[in-house]
Design a binder for this molecule. Structure first.
Ligand code: KE4
Length: 446
């Protein structure tokens, strides 16, 4: 069988070689001079896979091209926002129109209202919301609101839960911290960390013990209703329902961090998929169609505690940015029921193909999938929490990642990041991916 190799696109940005090095290498050198690690977000550095970070110049549908013209089937999808694929025509047209209208204006615009109304229609628990410019701002703000609403200080999160780089939430977090093996972040004070209680995901007994130990002092439980920052780990049966029961009994608020799952695993996110109603929800990624966005929302009586109505201050120069609103509206208008059926079909085909490829190669992997979120864990059994995920063979994953990249398939550069399947991925890309995985898994047996 001829080895699958990455395809090259005839148009290359700049000269294919610069002083004898590739165009990508030249860009990496210049980036290293300007950004820590040459990146504007740590997980892009490819350190966990011993790879040279990609310099990507263009994307279209399910594909991206690097600065040397190499083509990749993309499962990073900007880590979640691009559920409709790269440069979807409807999104491009909407953003162009918004750009022509000028702005931002430092004032409310109709597009903000239109996006908020679409979100509320899909997630009725979100009677009111506030747009911000990132998921981090959303989670930071929602915890300030929860503390104000309850008059309590403590927050409970889960090992491996990643909720953005909010000081108090960087304790035992996932995503880049898990990727880099960082238990927490330097610069977070003891005072900030001590107000965060951390228990294992899917461990309801540990949650109940925490509430027994801190009766009446926990403002909120913040949870990824599907853990996706230690790889994809679904909630155990009854886990989310248990969180709802325990928080309600104690007077604490339940926060679903749906920055990844919102409009991804269902139009109504985890709230719809699992039928458990939190008090507050954070959103991001998909609702901005790839432009900078975040949102936090919930019942009106809670959100009306936020300035200018109430005493909780939160603000943002570019909140509700017209171009992000336009991209979000265009994206959500593409996410009709048929779209979720297609995402399910495509992602299920990918899961089945990967399982078959691993079985043929005789490599023990566990594939976890929820909708179009998927992770191939290099361990025999699917993990139920962060400890289990971190027991994966990350060296084998790194070999797999490198082999897939050489075959023109871009898997997220960490065992602890989810693969994102988009509406742009067709049977063609799935077949290319499974063929490459068959070879890559054989090669990464070590
Ligand atoms: P941002 O501040 O990165 O927009 O969102 C923070 C955030 C909040 N909540 C959840 C559940 C998240 O997954 C994230 C951010 N996700 C990571 C990827 N796992 C962003 C990628 C990156 O840090 O570069």
């Amino acid at each position: 069988m001829t080895p699958t190799v990455a395809r090259r696109r005839e148009t290359v940005i700049g000269d294919p070689t610069v002083d004898g090095q590739s165009v990508s290498a030249a860009w990496r050198e210049r980036a290293l001079a300007r950004f820590p690690g040459g990146v504007n977000s740590p997980v892009r550095a490819y350190r966990a896979v011993d790879g040279e970070p990609l310099i990507i110049v263009r994307g279209e549908g399910p594909l991206v091209w690097d600065a040397d013209g190499t083509e990749y089937v993309d499962y990073v999808g900007a880590f979640g926002p691009l559920i409709c694929g790269h440069a979807h025509p409807a999104v491009v047209v909407a953003v162009e129109a918004a750009a022509r209208d000028g702005g931002p204006f430092g004032a409310t615009t109709p597009r903000e209202v239109e996006l908020a109304e679409r979100i509320a229609a899909a997630m009725p628990v979100i009677e009111r919301l506030r747009f911000v410019s990132s998921g981090t701002e959303a989670t930071m703000s929602v915890l300030r609101l929860a503390r104000a609403a309850t008059g309590r200080d403590l927050v409970l999160k889960f090992e491996g839960g990643y909720h953005g780089h909010v000081d108090g939430l960087l304790v035992e977090a996932g995503s880049g911290l898990a990727t880099l093996g960082l238990p927490a972040s330097a610069g977070v004070t003891v005072a900030q960390a001590v107000e965060t209680i951390v228990v294992p995901y899917n461990d309801l007994a540990a949650v109940e013990r925490a509430f027994d130990d801190h009766r009446g002092r926990i403002a909120a439980v913040i949870v990824e209703p599907v853990a996706a920052n230690v790889g994809v780990i679904p909630p155990a049966p009854g886990f989310l329902e248990g969180l709802r029961r325990v928080t309600r009994a104690d007077g604490a608020l339940l926060v679903f961090d749906e920055v990844i799952t919102g409009f991804r695993i269902a139009r109504g996110g985890a709230v719809e998929r699992f039928g458990v109603e939190p008090d507050l929800v954070t959103l991001g990624k998909v609702i901005g169609g790839g432009l900078p966005i975040g949102a936090y929302g919930g019942r009106a009586e809670l959100l009306d505690l936020v300035a200018p109505v109430g005493p909780v201050y939160q603000a943002g120069t570019l909140a509700g940015h017209p171009l992000a609103m336009a991209a979000g509206i265009a994206t959500l208008d593409l996410l009709m029921p048929a779209a979720y059926r297609e995402l399910e079909r495509t992602a299920a085909a990918l899961e089945a193909g990967l399982r078959a490829a691993a079985a043929e190669a005789g490599v023990g992997v566990a594939v976890n999938r929820v909708g179009s979120l998927l992770t191939v864990f290099f361990r025999a059994r699917p993990p139920a929490d962060a400890t289990g995920a971190k027991a994966s063979d990350t060296a084998a994953f790194a070999r797999f990642h490198r082999a897939m990249r050489a075959a023109g398939i871009l898997v997220p550069p960490s065992q602890f990041e989810a693969w994102f399947v988009s509406l742009a991925h067709t049977d063609t890309e799935i077949a290319r991916t499974v063929a490459a995985a068959r070879e890559a898994l054989r090669a990464c047996r070590g």
